[in-house]
Design a protein around this ligand. Sequence first.
Ligand code: B3K
Ligand code: ZN
Length: 885
Amino acid sequence: MRTDQPKMIYLKDYQAPDYLIDETHLTFELFDDHSLVHTQLVMRRNPERGAGLPPLVLDGQALELLSVSLGDVQLQPADYQLDDSHLTLQPTAENFTVDTSVRIHPETNTALEGLYKSGGMFCTQCEAEGFRKITYYLDRPDVMSRFTTTLSAAKQAYPILLSNGNPVASGPEGEDRHWATWEDPFKKPAYLFALVAGDLWCVEDTFTTQSAREVALRIYVEPENIDKCQHAMDSLKKSMRWDEQAYGREYDLDIFMIVAVNDFNMGAMENKGLNIFNSSAVLARAETATDAAHQRVEAIVAHEYFHNWSGNRVTCRDWFQLSLKEGFTVFRDAGFSADMNSATVKRIQDVAYLRTHQFAEDAGPMAHAVRPDSFIEISNFYTLTVYEKGSEVVGMLHTLLGADGFRRGSDLYFERHDGQAVTCDDFIKAMEDANGADLTQFKRWYSQAGTPRLAVSEAYDAAQGEYRLTFRQSCPPTPDNGEKLPLVIPVELGLLNAQGGEIPLRLQGEASASGTSRVLSVTEAEQTFTFVDVREQPLPSLLRGFSAPVRLSFPYDRDQLMFLMQHDSDGFNRWDAGQQLSVQVLQELIGQHQRGEALVFDPRLATALRTLLEDASLDQAMVAEMLSLPSEAYLAEISEVADVEAIHAAREFARQQLAEQLFEPLWARYTANREVSKVTPYVAEAEHFARRALQNIALSYLMLTGKAEVVAATLDQYEHCDNMTERLTALAVLVNSPFEAERAQVLAEFAERFKANPLVMDQWFSVQAASGLPGGLERVKALMQHPAFTLKNPNKVRALIGAFAGQNLINFHAADGSGYRFLADLVIELNALNPQIASRQLSPLTRWRKYDSARQALMKGELERILASGKLSADVFEVVSKSLA
Ligand code: B3K
Ligand code: ZN
C-alpha cells in the first residue's frame, strides 16, 4: 500500500540490469508468528553495461532487514540506503556476494502475494513482483539465476516441504522441526520461484518422455481432497504428450509437482517444476464439479504445463512483453483443448468470451495494446487483451504461415532463445526467419490498442461473372491516442451458391481456381478483391473460424443468415450466423421496448432453431451452443448506449417465446438425453459433455413454460443424478423460476449436502448472485452473512460479488445506484485486504461511459468516492484514475 501517487513505468525506458545474479541460495525458517529468510546472492557486473561499478539497487517491500553483508563484511546502516522499496549497496568489485537476512509475516499477508499462508499451509505467489516481498533481490524477469532453497518448519504441522527443481537433501532439526533442500538446475527469473510447506497428501504417477526419461508426477492437496485429483493427473499426462507431438517440447526435470491451495488470486501459477494452483483449477470429480469445471481444470493444467517452455525456458525480458508468454501459451492451450474435445465448440466459446469481454476492455478506459507501452501496476495488465487477444494474434500468425510454417517458427524460437529473456519482437523474428516472411506490418497488432472494424461490401457483375468484395478497416480511438495504421487482417472466406454449395475460388489474375475456402490478407485501409468465374450471385461466408479479432460487418438480411446457419461448411460461421440472426431479432425487440410498443418476436428465429433441434445428425454440443442466445453482457457491449432494462426484457421475452414455440422438440431432446444420463455413469469426455449441454439448455428453456411436468422433471434431475452438471443446472433453473417453495427446498438441500466443500459452495453462491429475479442486491447482501462466505478468499469474492456485478446486469445496474454503491464499498474494503482482487472487482464500474446519463453520473460518483477514500493501492489507483480521466 502506498500513500504517495504511484508512478507510470514506460517500455521506452527499459535498460538491461547493471548486475546479474548467477546463483541464489535461500534459507527459509518458517514459524507461526513470523518467518526468516536468509539469502546469498552470487553476483557480478553485467558485462553488457560497460565498465564501472554503479550502486546496486535491490528491490524489497515490507521486509524487516536484520543483517546485510557484502562479501565477508557485515554492513552497518551507514554503509547502505534503505527505503520502502529498495536496499542500495555499493559493490567494490566486479564479482561479489550479498548476504541478507530479513523477517517477514506470511501469517498476516492477506494480499496473497509473496509468501503467505492459505489455511494451514505456507505457499508463494511471486509473479509478477512478489519475490521482492520475500527478500531483497533484482526482481525483474531478465535477471535469471540458479536457485537452491532450504526450508525448515515444524515437522507435525508441515510434514511436506517443497520448492523448485529436484530434492537433494533433508533431515531433522532439533526435537520437532525438519528441513529439506531443493536445487533447480535451470536458471530462472525470481517470479518463477515457489515454496510450499504443509500437511498435504499426494497422488502420484509417472510419465515417460519421448526420449524415454521417466518423470515423477505429484499432485499435492489437503487430505480431504485426495479423491478429486485424478482428472487433473490425466489432464497433465495428456498435456505432456500433446506438447511433445504438437510442438516437439519435452519436459526437463525429474519431477513435476502441482499443489492445490484454497486462497489464490488467479487460476494457477507456472513456477518451475512446482506449479501452484487455485484448488478450483485442480479438484474435479463428477459429484462436485461441473462439465465446465472439468474442462477448465484440463485447460489450466495444460496452460501451466505448457509454460515450462513458453515462459520458463524462454522467458520475458520485461513485463511489457507479458503476452510473449501468455498470448502464446493461451494459443497453445486452446489448441490442446480443441484436440481433446470438440474443436468448433472450443472456438465458439473462446470467441464469444473474447467478443463480450475483451472487446469491452478495448472500448473502455483501460484499453491497451497486446504489448502495452506503459503501466502503473503490472498486476493490472494480466488482462483479456494480453491473454486472449494475444492468443488471437498468435493464431493469425498460424493462419498466415500455415501449420508447418508456424511450427518451423516456434521450433526456431525455442531453440534460438532457450535460457534467455526475450521480447515479442524476438518471437516475430523467429517466425520471419523460419519462413522467409516479412511481418513488419503484422507487428502493429502488438502496438496498436483497440478493436479494428472491418466493413465489407459486395458488388456482383452477372455479365462478367465477377464478384467483388471491398474491405474497409478502421479502428476507433483509444485513451492512448495512438496512431491507427492499417493492420494485416487475415480473412478466411468462402462463397456459397443458391443450393448452399461452395463455389471454387479464383481471384482475378489467377490461372485457375484453388479451393473453396481461402485466406485473404487485407492489408490496406480499403481493399477490393475480385473473384472471377462466378456464375451466380453468391452469398459470402466471411471471417471463417473468426480468423481475426475484429468487428466485422456485412449487410446480411435474416433470410441470408438462416441460409448460412444451415449450409455454411464452416461450423463456427454456422453458429455465428445464428448469433447475428439472434442479435437482429433481439435488437428489434429492444427498440420496441424502448418505444413502449408491444414486443413482436420474429418467428424465423424459432424456425431456424427448430430445424436444428429436429436434426438428430448434428453434434449436440453445437446445437446447445446455437440455442444459447447472446448474453446480456454481449448485447450491452454491442449497444451504443446499453439500456439494461430493455436488454433484459427483450432477451427474456425471446427466451419465453422460444420456450413456448419449441416446447415439443425441446422436451423431446431433453427427455431423450436425460434418459441416457440416468443410466450412464459420469464420464468427462466430449460426447458426454455434449449430451448434458443440450439436455441442460433444453431444461432451462422448458422451465420458462412453468409446466408441471417440467418442474417435476427438474426436481427429479436434482435428486437423481450422479454429477454436479445435472444437479447444478436443476438448481439454477429453479433459482431463476417463480417456484418459491421448490427453490427454497433445493437451495437448502444443496447447502446442507455440500457445506463441507468450499468449491461447491462457491457454485451455490454464484447461482444465486447471478439470478435476474428482482431483489438481487438484498440476496447478495444476505449471502455475505452466510458462514461459508469470507472476503478474504478470492474464490468467494468472485463467486458472489463478481457474479453479481458481472453477470447480473439488471440487478447490478439498478436505477437507484444501489448496486454501484455496494460495489464501491466492497472495493474500498478489499483495497486494504487484497489490492489485486479489489482492482479486478472494480472493472464493471469502469464501463460507465456505456450507460445512460443518470447511470453514468452514479457510476462516476462511486469511482470518485473510491479515489477520495484515502490510501489506495497502486492497483486500485491506476484503474480508478484511468477510468475518470
Ligand atoms: N502466470 C500466471 C499469472 C500470474 C498473475 C500475477 N498477478 C498464470 C498464468 O497465466 O499461467
Ligand atoms: Zn499463463
